[in-house]
Design a protein around this ligand. Structure first.
Ligand SMILES: Cc1ncc(COP(=O)(O)O)c(C=O)c1O
Length: 439
């Protein structure tokens, strides 16, 4: 694995594997990245890098990531970030412009690009969810929501089993995964896990807490293994929160920004949360940014006191420029409708490819929009298939809170050729995996 500066050359032909040496790695000045990881970042990540093939990623555009060994990879993973693909030209241009004018602010004066980004985002959030607090990561958006809930006296948090909301200390308290939680106990007190897609379980928890509760829920559990609740679930959650005086936080960090074929997962049921969390795709795949959006009533404590919850780099002009350009690009290119149409086609095709293995290697294919999960009978199959796909030039993700589910979160910008290439590669990789794991 070697490290090299990124190239701006985007003229290479499509195809999973480029001839060795076709990428922009200079022959001299190479650094052993695995070695640097071992010495300065951590042995675990270094070993994982080796298992994944030992390459380092050095460049990207559209649905493609280029490695330092000359190969390129079709990115159908990206942890849900790249709904616009990598380095969308409009986002890159906006960020360049911001760098050339005013990348970070003094924070003494007002910042126009933050105001415009908030306005652009609020144009698509559910009616009344008009106030936006920008942060730098999804976990920070969760932290902001938990603190906002506290400011309203909601000291008790109800989360869902397999729910994922980030890994900072507060966010981790509501991320229902013992593997990540146990080493860091004690976490926030008074957090209750209820079954996902089970309004009765939620009601029982709410009844015991009444006006002290905050509920945090995903419209579809992404890291939980692409769990899709029954129609009407979110509406029932909303009604229960109203009945018991609870604050409703809907975490759309993975499901939002068009990922489900709608701007937000709540749109399908016309649910208005008190607080909505966004991240991942909001970056345009270029600069990290996330947001906590809220109704005027819910947001009031943050609105009154701008120093109640702050961070030096939160709402930085450079990140806000990326978010603003992202929303505008999505509007101009009908990204949400494209995600819906592509998702429909891709889900059906992935089901067809997996059909011969159903009842054996594969348990189920499920998804909404461009969030698609393949559940396997055994955990080992996820790792095997992931490596088979990498060997053939395709990237996908596992699910952090559901080890038997492989997750596909492709960009909405992929074309027919790329989709067909993905499907052929998936069929080949499944065939190889099934031969090695006949079950
Ligand atoms: C639903 C959800 N919430 C929160 C997070 C945390 O976001 P980040 O990794 O940017 O902190 C994630 C990340 O996968 C997520 O899927």
């Amino acid at each position: 694995m070697t490290m090299s500066p990124p190239s701006t050359d985007a003229t290479e032909p499509t195809g999973a594997v480029e001839p060795p040496g076709a990428a922009s790695v200079p022959p001299s000045g190479r650094t052993d990245v695995v070695d640097l990881y071992l010495k300065h970042i951590g042995s675990g990540r270094a070993v994982m890098g080796r298992v994944m093939g030992g390459m380092a990623e050095v460049r990207s555009e559209g649905a493609w990531i280029h490695a330092d060994d000359g190969r390129r990879f079709l990115d159908f993973g990206g942890y849900g970030v790249f709904i616009l693909g990598h380095r969308h030209p409009a986002v890159v241009e906006a960020v360049h412009r911001q760098i050339d004018t005013h990348p970070l602010a003094s924070r003494v004066f007002l910042e126009p690009v933050a105001a415009l980004a908030a306005q652009a985002l609020a144009a698509h959030t559910p009616p009344g969810v008009d106030y936006v607090h920008f942060v730098n990561s999804g976990a920070e958006a969760t932290e902001a929501a938990l603190k906002l809930a506290r400011a309203h006296g909601r000291t008790s948090v109800i989360t869902t089993r397999r729910g994922f909301h980030g890994k900072t200390l507060g966010a981790l308290s509501v991320t229902a995964n013992a593997t990540y939680q146990t080493p860091f106990q004690p976490l926030l007190p008074d957090v209750t896990q209820v079954a996902y897609d089970d309004p009765a379980d939620l009601e029982q928890a709410l009844a015991a807490r009444r006006d002290r509760a905050c509920v945090i829920v995903e419209p579809v559990q992404g890291e939980g293994g692409v769990r899709i609740p029954r129609p009407g679930y979110l509406r029932q959650v909303r009604a229960l929160c109203e009945a018991y005086g609870a604050l409703l936080v809907v975490d759309e960090i993975q499901t939002g920004m068009g990922r489900l074929g709608t701007w937000w997962g709540v749109d399908a049921e016309e649910v208005r949360p008190d607080v909505l969390l966004a991240g991942k795709g909001l970056s345009g795949g270029v600069v990290p940014i996330a947001a906590m959006a809220a109704t005027a009533e819910a947001y009031a404590p943050f609105s009154r006191d701008p120093y109640l919850h702050t961070s030096t780099f939160g709402a930085s002009p450079i990140a806000c420029a990326a978010a603003l350009a992202t929303v505008r690009a999505m509007e101009a290119e009908n990204t949400v409708a494209r995600a819906a149409a592509l998702g429909l086609r891709l889900r059906a095709a992935v089901r067809d490819v997996c059909a011969p293995y159903e009842g054996g290697l594969v348990r189920e294919v499920r998804g909404q929009g461009l969030l698609i999960g393949i559940e396997f009978a055994e955990e080992q199959a996820v790792g095997e298939l992931l490596l088979e796909l990498i060997a053939r030039g395709v990237l996908v993700n596992h699910s952090l809170n559901s080890t038997r589910v492989l997750r596909l979160t492709p960009p909405a910008v992929v074309g027919d050729t790329e989709t067909d290439l993905f499907l052929t590669t998936l069929a080949e990789a499944l065939h190889s995996t099934a031969e090695r794991m006949p079950g």
